[in-house]
Design a protein around this ligand. Sequence first.
Ligand code: RB5
Length: 157
Amino acid sequence: MRIAIGADHGGYPLNETLIAELRNAGHDLTDFGTHDGSIPDDYPDYARKVADAILSGTAEIGILVCGSGVGAAVAANKFRGIRAALCGDTYSAHQSREHDDCNVLCLGARVVGIELALEIVRAFVAARFTGEERHRRRLEKVRAIENEMSAKMSDKL
Ligand code: RB5
């Protein structure tokens, strides 16, 4: 699978473990770093890179790691078409794909341990959107919200 991954300094070095795991599993990875946790940087920059990779078709899904996972999720969800799930358990990880068709997984490196993070990533990557009508209907409502907000912004310009 084509996967984009990015982490700020708070997400390092968990991201390195995830990168190794995903590469070993044979995934085609676009790695946006950081590879240096000693330099303070900004999670929205990584959210932008991962979101752009998905929206341009370079990646099918993305993984963002920051200290709590919260900032990364907030930033990623600002991009139209991105559905980012902050997960601290495997149930949410697979359901976020199966029901909500999420395309970005966010993790908090200061919150989850390495083994749990690996299981969460495996669950997210292996799961697929079920495509059931009720889930499609709900996603259409989410898209309607996006469209309304975008129209309101255009009116203000
Ligand atoms: C960085 O210190 C930290 O604020 C960031 O990684 C993230 O946890 C924000 O939500």
